[in-house]
Design a protein around this ligand. Sequence first.
Ligand code: NAD
Length: 297
Amino acid sequence: MPVKPFIDTLAIVGVGLIGGSFSLALKRQAAVRHVVGIGRSRANLERAHGLGIIDRIAQQAPEGVAQADVVLLAVPTGQYPAVLRSIAGHLKAGAVVTDAGSTKQDVVAHARQYLPGHCARFVPGHPIAGTERSGAEAAFADLYNGKRAVLTPLPENDATAIALVRSLWEACGADVSEMSPLLHDQVFAAVSHLPHALAYALVHMVSASERRDALFSFAASGFRDFTRIASSSPEMWRDICLSNRDALLDEIDTYQGELARMRGLIEKPDAEALLALFSRARHAREAWRAGADIPSE
Ligand code: NAD
């Protein structure tokens, strides 16, 4: 059985879908006494307060983190340098700092640059859960239940800090894994960042067409399912694409190669090869959905 954590004061920098859901899940488990919200938008923090997500709105980041036992960063990754600079030197001794950012190598680099004296207690994390909605009103306590969370600990991390962060995600209902920041960024470039880029590109392409009205009026469930994630926060996805640039560029190149191959089969036309490709892809997807072994090529 996982150890049930309890922390006195949690500070959340960025009380949106991810930070807000973390607070609601921990509050439901009685794993935290007091939650302080730090944000960029006063209106969002007031909504979070009204919804019971946070107990207090911090006036400034330094006083917001000063009494916190745990600080969660849940802002777009492009905001990390400014946020880390603002809290450096104001953390309580022994406070554990963690984050929920969707990329990890850049987060580790920023932590080393801006919190050099605190890296033993900075444990990078990433919950593998979300929706296309943002802001405090999008948060809900069940977001992480039955989902996965990844930690990419630093070599110098205190074991107690890793264990605390792990137990907090477990209290939210998540199944926690550990991997290196490099592997994390390669994996999520392929299965998360590329699909988001493709969804934005497709909707952009259709909306730029002169026939956009006809195209959108006949777009049905296939288009809706493929493009749902293009309703996600543009700021967040801009930052993710730029933060994980190298790995994402590799995946875009690989995908372009795959599209070129498919284009060739359609142009030829090679019905047999096209059927074989679609069948292999469908088989792999169904095995993935069923939790079975994925067949190799
Ligand atoms: P969100 O837009 O719902 O919330 C982000 C919050 O951060 C907003 O309330 C915003 O006002 C606040 N903020 C922005 N800049 C700030 C700053 N400088 N100081 C203080 N507050 C600031 O976004 P989200 O979906 O909760 O994403 C937060 C983080 O979690 C991102 O790093 C994202 O990559 C990561 N993440 C998102 C998902 C997802 O599916 N949404 C999943 C996993 C991880």
